[in-house]
Design a protein around this ligand. Structure first.
Ligand code: CA
Length: 225
């Protein structure tokens, strides 16, 4: 069941939407102001947000902007009047769609279905990212970033880092790394692991002055959170 968050301070509208959406089979939660809406949007598992622009405290536009820094959850904005500036601002902040009040509930329901379908389509091919501290490894684009800085790695360096990050907080022996990252052409030659660990340290630890990859003497290597 899709869960929809309604961020709307006008209780009558919020209640009306809640009844209609529940009737359609959606799970519904309501936030009466921007701050609560933002908190729920970021901390609960929400499939779609209906976000009023005119809210007390943090405006809907600002709520939308902050959600977009963390999440691509579909957002349909509600504008109180036919205000082009509000619409443009909402869409600029990453809203997927908007409705002008008063609206026909059938139209909103149709737009919700479209947004949810698009979301499901997108999440089928969602990007998978591994992250440790400020280091992010994207498995689909095969890119690595430290903060905003892209780190260019060779294929083997990438695979070694990927394996260490997937097993973060676990000590991996040289043999385990060799078996999982290299083909059997290197069978038994764990020196190659040390060499590539050194390359990674040059490109990440030394370059950014951080301590990402630790040596566990006599055992192997580990990346810790
Ligand atoms: Ca309002």
């Amino acid at each position: 069941m899709s869960k929809i968050l309604i961020v709307e301070d006008e209780i009558k509208i919020a209640r009306f939407l809640e009844l209609e959406l529940k009737h359609e089979g959606y799970d519904v939660i309501i936030a009466g102001d921007g701050r609560t809406g933002l908190e729920k949007a970021l901390n609960e598992k929400i499939d779609l947000i209906i976000l009023d622009i005119m809210l007390p405290g943090i405006s809907g536009i600002e709520v939308c902007r902050r959600i977009r820094q963390e999440s691509m959850v579909p957002i349909i904005m509600l504008t109180a009047k036919d205000d082009v500036t509000d619409k443009v601002a909402g869409l600029d902040m990453g809203a997927d769609d908007y409705m002008t009040k008063p609206f026909a509930i059938e139209e909103l329901l149709a737009r919700i279905r479209v947004a949810l379908n698009r979301k499901n389509y997108m999440s089928d091919k969602k990007v998978e990212t591994l992250q440790v501290g400020d280091l992010k490894l994207n498995l689909s684009s095969r890119t690595v970033f430290y903060k905003e800085d892209e780190i260019i790695l060779t294929k083997k360096e990438f695979e070694l880092l990927e394996h260490l990050m997937k097993n973060r907080n676990v000590v991996l022996t040289r043999e385990q790394l060799l078996n999982n990252v290299w083909d059997y052409e290197y069978f038994g030659d764990t020196n190659v692991v040390d060499v590539y660990i050194r390359y990674l340290r040059q490109k990440i630890d030394e370059k950014y002055g951080i301590h990402l990859i630790s040596t566990v003497r006599g055992v192997g290597y580990i990346i810790k959170d």
